[in-house]
Design a protein around this ligand. Structure first.
Ligand code: SAH
Ligand code: MG
Length: 951
């Protein structure tokens, strides 16, 4: 073979995939071999012979069962091969590596024009039958473009002859036209046209037996979309009246402004796997001339005409001039013409489904509300398509190979000091392992001592082009307890990066690599840019086309979804405060509606609404403004706010009748108005578990523990480090204590404002409380601030695990060396207790029965936890800390018992100052800045209650 052909063997499975996508379902079963035959005769122990496999392949129309094979892979290929035979494709004569593709192409074209092919079920044979209904000189003429597009075998052969056919479909025509002279006597081309015809007419009995519909009187109107090449022109709906003509391609030709079907070029099918949706465009005079001329080298091809960037982006092929998108054609299933309307809305939906974020929005049917989350927390809290699924769809949509997921299990070391039991060892080890990883340490997994222990998982994802060139490789460092979580998280990482790319298609290469680096992604830039060249061209065309253009499509096809300026949103919240509030990790249920409103409020169009919409808060599952608003709400309250418009594609994909909205968008300044009601809040799994297992709930028990301590002491001042929403401060107001001053400090402004509301209500209602002053500070407790110094008692409940480990250590040192409360109470989860929480937690709405609700994807109780310590780790930290700063320390806890394995659920350390240092001995802070901001302050003197009620 002299031609520069890339020798790719197209496997039967690949062909089946091309035809049926995920409608092809493979089921491999192991075939039990008869032991008597393979094993040792007379041996009582059953002998297992070598494993053998058989594969059932289920296709929409029929099912085949493969031969018995030694490998699962081979069984699948064998089934696919059988199915192809059933479909009339004979892979043996298709396998192009065995034959000269040039000869194979000629043989194939010849076969398409045989008598028996005319009446077969094949997407191509429908065209042959329809051609016999064409009138006059067009009778029996088959456009070469149809053969190239509708016969997979021909198109594969053309791709073998010239790999550029993949992106330039019209090049296949030239290959087909050049093959025809070698079929003289059998088929002929019609002069000056890209058409082929059988030289001798079909015998009449063949025509009669081929059910060629005689002039159907049925009226067929198919809705389609016109995509102008110029970005200044809008996308328009068009109607194809295909009842009047014998051949639908002639109708499309007319719409495209050319004489007949031979000048119509077809893209590959786009959208869903079994879709018949294609883009149609006209071959210009010059293109026809060039295709007909006998070019020695197709590489020198020059297409004159305007690249249709929008259409090209859809199919990943070069489309020139105006295009029509229609869903019409012949299928494998029936001899009748298949047709389906393509509405403007479906156009925009297909458009946005090409980017991961848009795909996720569609799968949640919340186009103006949902966002692809930034992290995969738990399977139970995830709604909509899973990351792995979205990534596979993305690859299919962009003509890439299916992504390869390689999960690896990381065995845990068996060496351990005094293993108490197998179970515990596992968690202890996992904790150590996790710590090693967060510290950037490397794991010696090849220790050889990993027998019988549970593993953890990591997953690598690779994305290849159709030609198997590596494009993206993602190797996240994180490890997961479950293999599926590792896969989902790695997939999400790739998706997040792709999203960023689509938001900014003009990103320079260095920035591209830099952003990839941050997500553990390695990019083969050259391959990547090659694959996504058409997106780039869209971007470039847009940049020029944009100037002065006010049309919606041209303005925002790059899917930019900037929310800048939205984060500062003052929502109107209505309804009384119920106290049931969301916190990070909560699952929320809202009802909402989004309307498009014009400036001045004259027009208002409802464009999206849902009665129940569930999402997890804290990981960007909804547009950021909405997330910001709902965190300020309590159950039962409503809110409304306005937002700037997202890219118009999203709006047009959401509405039923985009045409009307398009005119509104182009003539008026609009914004979106959201109305939201918070229906339910389900607490994060951590609290759910704790509440199910402990009565009173663990969080209550922690607060109770601290309250008892405070009551017993004669403390008058208290500082709560990391006070959150103020649960401890709030509870303290329920008891008589000696406290006069209470202070809370936290990093979260949302939590603080909630704490402020609660404390304010309570303090204002109580006239006889001993509290004289209460202050909430916004700031980090790992930084010095003189106003947090010298308190009688300090508390820090379930906070340190929310910081990185070195920050937690820093807090310990700052607290005991600078803040120096007389007593400091610190609580944090006991990692060893997680097994129990896992085992007894109620099953949630999880489909996977072997999964427990406890943090399926993260190894900790809450996805915001940066670490969780075993008792040993905690004791070590606290003892060393106390020693350094002249404190004593005692250990205790709540939930469970300290005497029974695995100890308390929450472990507590109580530090006590051993010697009171003189002020002079205290380390001084030069330039001690007051970095904390007062968020709220209450003084008994400025109580709103009339002073006469007090003494
Ligand atoms: N102590 C509270 C809240 C625990 S949740 C309770 O028991 O209910 C942990 C809290 O620690 C969060 O509110 C978080 O904002 C806060 N936090 C984490 N890191 C912090 C830091 N460096 N400085 C101050 N607060 C921090
Ligand atoms: Mg916590």
């Amino acid at each position: 073979m002299e031609i520069g052909v890339k020798k790719t063997v197209v496997t039967p499975k690949a062909i089946i995939h091309q035809k049926f996508g995920n409608k092809a379902c493979y089921k491999v079963e192991e075939v039990k071999e008869d032991s008597a035959q393979n094993g040792c005769p007379g041996l009582a122990i059953p002998q297992k012979g070598p494993s053998l496999f058989r594969c059932r392949l289920e296709l929409p129309e029929f099912t085949v069962v493969s031969d018995i094979c030694k490998k699962k892979k081979d069984a699948e290929q064998s089934a696919a091969d059988l199915a192809l035979k059933m479909l009339g494709n004979n892979p043996a004569d298709e396998n192009p590596s065995e034959k000269d593709p040039c000869d194979a192409l000629i043989a194939r074209i010849k076969y398409l024009f045989t008598d028996e092919f005319l009446s077969s079920f094949h997407p191509m044979s429908g065209h042959l039958r329809a051609a016999l209904q064409r009138k006059g000189g067009l009778y029996g003429l088959i456009p070469a473009s149809v053969i190239a597009a509708c016969d997979t075998k021909t198109s594969n052969l053309c791709k073998l002859l010239n790999t550029e056919v993949e992106s330039k479909p019209f090049l296949a025509l030239s290959l087909i036209m050049r093959a025809i002279p070698r079929l003289s006597g059998f088929v002929v081309t019609s002069k000056g046209q890209l058409s082929i015809q059988k030289q001798n007419p079909y015998p009449t009995e063949i025509i009669e037996s081929s059910d060629i519909q005689q002039c159907s009187t049925e009226s067929i109107l198919v809705k389609a979309i016109q995509i102008p090449a110029s970005l200044d022109e809008t996308i328009q709906p068009v109607t194809l009246d295909i009842s009047s003509s014998g051949y639908y391609l002639d109708v499309i030709a007319q719409k495209l402004g050319v004489t007949d079907a031979s000048k119509v070029l077809l893209s590959r099918t786009i959208g869903k796997a079994s879709s018949e949706t294609r883009l149609y465009f006209a071959a210009s005079e010059s293109l026809v001339m060039e295709l007909l001329s006998d070019h020695a080298n197709v590489k020198d091809f020059h297409v004159k005409g305007l690249l249709n960037a929008r259409a090209s982006y859809f199919c990943g092929q070069e489309i020139y001039g105006d295009a029509i998108m229609a869903s019409v054609g012949y299928t494998w299933r029936s001899k009748e013409l298949f047709h389906e309307d393509v509405s403007l809305q479906s156009y925009y939906r297909m458009l946005i489904s090409k980017i991961p974020n848009g795909n996720y929005k569609l799968s949640r049917e919340a186009i103006l509300t949902a966002e692809l989350p930034s992290v995969f927390t738990t399977k139970a809290n995830w709604r909509g398509s899973f990351p792995r699924e979205i990534l596979c769809t993305f690859c299919r949509q962009h003509q890439l190979s299916e992504p390869i997921f390689s999960p690896t299990s990381i065995p845990l070391k068996a060496s351990c000091k005094l293993p108490r039991s197998q179970k515990k060892l596992k968690v202890t080890e996992a904790a150590e392992l996790a710590t090693e990883y967060t510290n950037g340490g490397s794991l010696n997994a090849g220790d050889g001592e990993s027998v019988g222990l549970e593993s953890s998982f990591r997953c690598e994802v690779k994305v290849f082009s159709k030609g198997q060139d590596l494009i993206i490789e993602c190797s996240p460092k994180e490890i997961y307890k479950k293999q599926s979580d590792a896969i989902q998280s790695a997939s999400l990482q790739v998706l997040s990066w792709l999203n960023a790319y689509f938001k900014d298609l003009g990103m320079p290469l260095e920035k591209l690599n830099c952003s990839a680096d941050a997500l553990d992604i390695r990019l083969t830039s050259e391959n990547f840019l090659k694959e996504f060249a058409l997106c780039q061209s869209l971007h470039n065309v847009q940049q020029c086309g944009n100037q002065g253009s006010k049309l919606p499509e041209s303005k925002s096809t790059n899917m930019e979804y900037t929310l800048s300026g939205h984060d500062v949103c003052l929502p109107n919240i209505e309804g009384s405060y119920s106290g049931v509030c969301p916190s990070s990790g909560s699952l929320l249920c809202i009802s909402y509606s989004v309307s498009l409103v014009t400036e001045g409020g004259h027009t208002k169009e409802l464009i999206e609404s849902k009665d129940e919409f569930e999402f997890e808060i804290g990981n960007g599952t909804v547009v950021s403004t909405l997330e910001g608003v709902v965190t300020q709400m309590s159950v039962g309250q409503c809110a409304h706010f306005n937002m700037n418009l997202p890219p118009h594609e999203f709006i047009l994909a959401a509405v039923d009748d985009p045409a009307r909205i398009v005119s509104l968008l182009s003539s008026e300044i609009c914004s979106l108005e959201y109305h939201v009601t918070l229906l339910r809040v389900t607490e994060p799994s951590e609290e759910r578990m704790e509440q199910a297992l402990f009565s009173p709930p663990l969080s209550k028990q922690r607060v109770e523990y601290a309250v008892q301590h405070i009551k017993k002491s004669s403390a008058t001042t208290l500082v709560d480090f990391g006070c959150g929403s103020g649960s401890l401060l709030d509870s303290l107001l329920d008891y008589p204590t000696s406290l006069e001053k209470m202070v809370g400090a936290d990093l979260s402004q949302k939590s603080l404002s909630r704490a402020a509301k609660i404390l304010h209500t309570k303090l204002s209602a109580k006239s006889d409380a001993g509290i004289k002053s209460a202050i909430l500070y916004h700031g980090s407790i790992t930084e010095f601030d003189p106003r947090l110094c010298g308190f009688d008692i300090g508390t820090c409940l379930e906070v340190i695990e929310h910081m990185e480990e070195e920050q937690a250590c820093l807090f310990g040192d700052i607290a005991l060396s600078y803040f120096r409360p007389k007593v400091l109470i610190v609580s944090t989860p006991n990692y060893e207790y997680n097994v129990i929480l896992q085992r007894s937690s109620p099953t949630t709405q999880d489909e996977d029965p072997d999964e427990k609700s406890l943090s399926q994807s993260c190894k900790f109780r809450n996805h915001d936890h940066k670490f969780e310590w075993t008792r040993e780790q905690f004791n070590h930290w606290a003892s060393k800390l106390a020693e350094r700063h002249h404190y004593s320390v005692e250990f205790s806890g709540v939930g469970g018992s300290g005497d029974v394995e695995p100890g308390f659920a929450s472990q507590i350390a109580v530090f006590k100052q051993e010697s009171h240092l003189d002020d002079d001995d205290l380390p001084t802070q030069e330039n001690s800045s007051q970095h904390c901001k007062v968020i709220w302050e209450w003084n008994c003197n400025d109580r709103s209650v009339p002073s006469s009620t007090r003494n």
